[in-house]
Design a protein around this ligand. Structure first.
Ligand SMILES: [Zn+2]
Ligand SMILES: [Zn+2]
Length: 258
């Protein structure tokens, strides 16, 4: 039987979620998860990019996850991670998080990205040309090998922009990079949780986008289903269960461990 796992878990530290590490762990145990990975939004040392814990809170977060790891030792595996953006200027920081702080993993959650030193936010894309820049930033990030998986690889499609050849090209760049580096991509349940909306290409979830996943399937990418929960009850809720069902029924190469 497949393992029950989730590697995409936030906590109230990020200021837009509810629940302590202990509450998420208790809910995961209640739902009989084999593996729970914490991946709250990473702070950066020099800049507060918002929607995340303060840098000074980082040691406390790591300790709190460690405490849950010990509490459930032998019953449920708990991993410490962060969801983090890639900007080339922070290379030393990724090294620090993995080698000194000894986090179990970093998930690439590219909400903003660097283009020649300027920071762009994917949520405010003005044209589908921005998607190409976004995809190139992801491709560069994956090649650094700091990241264990790519969270919501198709999150750009929450923008109300009509599908065009730039969208195809952006998907292609991301899929190629994941294939070349053998890094799993995440089928994200939070996109389903957001609910169907009317987009220029029809009524659909903001993400996962079927066109991206058909390309991911053709490339045989490893696929992790992530809850991206922002309150404890979402850890293995209906959206997470339907994401697992959908990923499997699309014939994706679903994996349950990283
Ligand atoms: Zn994210
Ligand atoms: Zn997230």
């Amino acid at each position: 039987m497949a393992l029950k796992s989730n590697f995409h878990t936030h906590t109230k530290r990020c200021c837009h979620a509810d629940g302590t590490e202990a509450e998420y762990a208790a809910e995961a145990f209640e739902k009989k998860l084999d593996i729970l990975g914490f991946s709250d939004h990473a702070p950066f040392r020099d800049t507060d990019y918002g929607y995340r814990m303060q840098y000074k809170e980082l040691p406390e977060y790591v300790e709190a996850v460690q405490a849950e790891c010990e509490r459930y030792a032998g019953k449920m595996r708990i991993l410490s991670g962060l969801e983090i953006e890639y900007l080339p200027r922070y290379i030393d920081y990724y090294e620090y998080l993995l080698n000194d702080l000894k986090l179990d993993y970093l998930a690439l959650g590219e909400h903003f990205f660097d283009v020649n030193g300027r920071v762009f936010n994917v949520f405010f894309s003005e044209s589908t040309e921005d998607f190409i820049l976004y995809a190139k930033a992801i491709s560069e990030a994956l090649k650094t090998k700091y990241f264990s998986f790519l969270a919501h690889p198709d999150i750009m499609f929450l923008n109300y922009l009509a599908w065009d050849k730039n969208c195809d090209r952006a998907c292609e760049i991301i899929v190629d990079a994941a294939a070349q580096t053998d890094i799993p991509v995440e089928y994200n349940a939070n996109g389903i949780r957001r609910g169907k909306q009317e987009f220029p290409d029809g009524l659909r979830d903001p993400y996962p986008h079927p066109k991206f996943w058909s390309m991911a399937k053709d490339a045989g990418l490893k696929v992790l289903v992530g809850s991206d929960c922002h309150c404890p009850s979402q850890i293995y809720d209906r959206s997470m269960q339907s994401a697992i069902r959908m990923a499997n029924s699309l014939g994706l190469n679903v994996i349950y461990e990283i």
